[in-house]
Design a protein around this ligand. Structure first.
Ligand SMILES: [Mn+2]
Length: 352
């Protein structure tokens, strides 16, 4: 953890920020390891502080390391603390700070309030060995789950039943929780990229898209497979193969140093050249870690560059409204020359 704080300090120095208030939960957990509904982290050039209330203070003291743990309550609040600290400038994570908090802070301190968004997220982009191990475990559990679910899929079963089976399998086999609500859509509903599972029953001749992930040791996994129930049409096959080849193109190209915009373009151009550019309306992928969606972002407007030991998804799709859709998603660790694909499940067309 101290290593992480050192990185924060050097970034703060380079940006001429004397103090950063960390309010985003995942960033707090990343820096301190405590899950608390009421805590703040303040990092200055000399010291790191963890502010929390009575309910968490014992756990915080056990974890404190180089941090000073500060008890907050109704009489002594985070605002009192910041008033006393009185940095010339205070950086806030403005995407998580509420307007209410901001107003109260503005009334309490003389510091000029500036944006500190993305500082911890930038550091979190590069995963260490333990983080990569946790993500790999979560991804392996997804693979096991997919193998299990392939034996479970059959005509007559509902999307909701499948989603429940996925959740039970993941939790029974070591997941702390789901990384996000499982997406299970079939037939005409596969054109909904983030459709919710419904009572709809699987039928022969349909595609089924399963997009799911779990959390192991605090870290997320994310994968998507689209499979066929019985024989499908030529058009369904054709779309499947375009998405598959686009996805493979992305997997082949990804490496440290490549811009996320460029990777997105390679995948997007493949789909556009096949005539379906307009039917691929989302980004090619995203970073995965403590959050299922985190930096970097892979889309046409991203300024991010892929770095070694970042973990990203590569997940193109084609969605034909009122007809069907296909998405295939892998989870990959970026290396200097390529990727280590953490999803081992078959991605060639599976017909059940
Ligand atoms: Mn994803």
């Amino acid at each position: 953890m101290d290593h992480r704080i050192d990185k924060v300090r050097s970034l703060l120095r380079s940006k001429d920020i004397p103090a950063l208030l960390v309010s985003k939960k995942e960033n707090q957990y990343y820096l301190f390891g405590l899950k608390s509904s009421n805590c703040y982290i303040v990092i200055t050039d000399e010291k790191s502080y963890l502010l929390t209330d009575f309910r968490y203070v014992e756990a915080a003291n056990d974890l404190s390391g180089s941090f000073e743990v500060v008890l907050i309550n109704n009489e002594y609040t985070v605002f009192n603390f910041l008033q006393e600290l009185a940095p010339s400038k205070l950086a806030l994570e403005e995407k998580t700070v509420t307007l209410n908090f901001y107003k109260e802070l503005k009334n309490s301190v003389e510091s000029s309030l500036i944006s500190g968004d993305g500082i911890i997220e930038e550091i979190r982009t590069v995963k260490d060995e333990n983080e990569l191990t946790a993500i790999s475990k979560a991804a392996s559990l997804n693979d096991l789950c997919f193998e299990h679910i392939l034996n479970y899929l059959r005509p007559g079963i509902s999307e909701l039943e499948i989603a429940l089976e996925i959740e039970m399998f993941l939790k029974k086999n070591g997941a702390e929780r789901l990384a996000f609500d499982t997406i299970c859509v079939s037939g005409v509903r596969t054109s909904l990229p983030h459709g919710q599972p419904s009572e709809k029953l699987l039928k022969r001749g349909e595609l089924v898209t399963l997009d799911f992930g779990c959390v192991v040791d605090g870290y997320c996994s994310d994968m998507t497979r689209t499979v066929a129930i019985g024989n499908i049409s030529e058009e369904q096959r054709e779309i499947y193969n375009i998405v598959l080849e686009a996805q493979k193109t992305g997997c082949k190209a990804a490496r440290a140093g490549l811009s996320c915009k460029e990777l997105d373009k390679l995948v997007r151009d493949f789909i556009s050249d096949a005539g379906f550019g307009g039917e691929f309306g989302h980004g090619t992928g995203h970073g995965v870690g403590l959050e299922v969606h985190e930096a970097p972002t892979l889309n046409p407007t991203s300024d991010d560059i892929l770095v070694e030991n970042a973990v990203i998804t590569i997940e193109p799709g084609i969605y034909l409204p009122k007809k069907f859709g296909v998405r295939i998603e892998d989870l990959a660790i970026i290396t200097s020359s390529s990727i280590i694909n953490r999803v081992r499940s078959n991605k060639e067309l599976i017909i059940i």
